[in-house]
Design a protein around this ligand. Structure first.
Ligand SMILES: [Zn+2]
Length: 213
């Protein structure tokens, strides 16, 4: 049982530990799902506004995560990690549907599906980010790569490759960890106060390359 005050990041760290993560990258989310007896089903017929879902109905012996088969590998990995976040954090939800358009949300509500709340989405994303890109390893590889690369883009691509995530997922991760400044005119909300709660690591703040464009 998760401790109530546990942050999504701390929960992700605990899951990595419980499933025997050795520190070798990229993190194998499919193996983590298997160890938690969660089945992954990839389907081609998910519509454009539906990236995945978590099914935990009573007639299913194991929870099921459905991801869109046509998505790029890095996207599918993130979807699996995100749905695992719901599976671990949002106990009691039976059918969670990831929908991006209002129309879909309305239809799905009629058919008995549940749309996660915005708060649940934030939590699942924080869980997924730490699961796929553990802060301690980001810090380590950031230091190693920042001296070998000549631009932010190159650094992002290099780290995204190491962690097998999309460039944009890595960029957000670095910005959220205070390792990189957001591009001008595209400020994001810092999550410093959240991160104080998970004081397991000692993050460097703004140790990154400052954009000078
Ligand atoms: Zn979600």
């Amino acid at each position: 049982m998760p401790v109530k005050s546990e942050t999504p990041e701390a929960t992700a760290g605990r899951i990595l530990q419980e499933t025997g993560f050795s520190g070798r990258l990229p993190v194998d989310v499919y193996e983590i799902a298997a160890q938690r007896n969660v089945r992954i089903i990839e389907r081609l017929d998910l519509t454009d506004d539906l990236s995945g879902m978590l099914l935990r109905e009573e007639n299913l012996s194991n929870p099921v995560i459905v991801v869109r088969k046509g998505d790029a590998r890095v996207r599918r990995r993130f979807t699996v990690a995100h749905e695992l976040g719901h599976e671990v954090l949002h106990v009691g939800r039976t059918v969670l549907i990831e929908a991006s358009t209002a129309q879909f949300r309305i239809n799905e509500r009629r058919s008995g599906g549940e749309i996660p709340s915005q708060w649940e989405e934030v939590q699942a994303n924080r869980f997924a980010a730490e699961l796929l890109m553990p802060e301690v390893l980001i810090s380590e590889l950031f230091d190693r790569n920042v001296v070998k690369t000549t631009s932010d883009d190159e650094l992002i691509k290099s780290l995204a490759g190491d962690f097998d995530v999309s460039d944009s997922a890595m960029q957000y991760r670095l910005m959220n960890l205070g390792l990189m400044y957001p591009p001008f005119g595209n400020e994001i909300t810092p999550t410093r106060s959240d991160r104080k709660a998970s004081s397991k690591y000692s993050p460097r703040i703004n140790g990154g390359r400052r954009r000078t464009g």
